[in-house]
Design a protein around this ligand. Structure first.
Ligand code: ADP
Length: 264
């Protein structure tokens, strides 16, 4: 028996184990970091509206707001801030459930044109108030997609809400066309756009471009993270193209009935 061989084997085993332990430790450290970042983000997003409300409440309580008109304004702002907290909690719960696979999608054959027209209708007044045209451009006789109607509407609403928010001039175009076994759905705007540095991060939860500049951005930073989850749950694909100062185009491809017929 060659003992030096055995010692070599033992040393090798110990080394492998040490390397494994180190990888586990790194992974644990990474997960802890993700968790801490997440909690810091939630706290920040909650604290902003809560701090504002606290300030307004204190002013009211101290009798600092004397005329009725100003008082009504304070109430209105506090109401908006309350809504913001509610929206954040709703989005968070939705995202958590989607990520934990706790959401059952009610998939049926659905007509994209119908959903698109409804969503466009619900945003038309808001867009026109900003002087923006809202155009719907749907190919004739589109095949139906196999999807959860409310969730498809949610995807579109998130895109259109952002398009209206980040666009000052021009138009927002909603379009749908058949492409292979998918329906390609696009929301294109002529807004501020997104820089190359930021564009790959916008699907992350809580990510907002330039927090300082978008102080008026009442979003939760969760909309696109939810969209991504929903598209994945529909076995679809997503993409964004953008040029700062020119505009952005968000695209998702959702499978048609044919997609499922072919793959079974
Ligand atoms: P939010 O609630 O802030 O809108 P989202 O997840 O929907 O969160 O979007 C994340 C960020 O991506 C936004 O804060 C914004 O910076 C950027 N973004 C999304 N859509 C657009 C758009 N159409 N034009 C420019 N920037 C956009």
């Amino acid at each position: 028996v060659d003992t030096s061989d055995e010692i070599g084997d033992v040393a090798h085993t110990i080394n492998t184990m040490a390397e494994k332990l180190e990888r586990v430790e790194q992974e644990r450290h990474h997960l802890e970091q993700v968790r801490n970042d997440f909690l810091a983000n939630v706290s920040h997003e909650l604290r902003t509206p809560l701090t504002a409300m606290q300030g307004f409440l204190e002013a009211l309580q101290d009798g600092l707001v004397e005329d009725e008109e100003a008082r009504q304004k304070y109430y209105a702002v506090m109401y908006t801030e309350t809504m913001q907290v509610n929206r954040l909690v709703d989005d968070l719960m939705d995202l958590m459930k989607l990520e934990n696979n706790e959401v059952n999608l009610a998939k049926f054959p659905v007509d994209v044109a119908e959903i698109m027209n409804k969503v466009a209708f619900s945003f038309r007044a808001e867009a026109e108030e900003k002087g923006l045209a809202l155009v719907v451009d749907v190919e004739n006789d589109l095949p139906k997609i196999y999807a959860d109607r409310d969730r498809v509407a949610q995807i579109l609403k998130n895109f259109v809400k952002n398009a209206v928010k980040f666009t000052e001039h021009g138009e927002i175009r909603l379009s749908a066309a058949a492409e292979e076994q998918y329906i390609k759905i696009q929301v294109a705007d002529t807004g501020m756009g997104i820089s190359q540095d930021d564009i790959h991060r916008i699907w992350e939860r809580f990510f907002k471009v330039d927090r300082g500049r978008s102080k008026n951005n009442k979003g939760t930073g969760l909309g696109l993270a939810i969209v991504k989850e929903l598209v994945e749950r529909h076995e679809g694909k997503w993409k964004v193209e953008s040029e700062p100062g020119v505009g952005s185009t968000f695209t998702v491809w959702l499978p048609t009935m044919g997609f499922y017929r072919q793959s079974t």
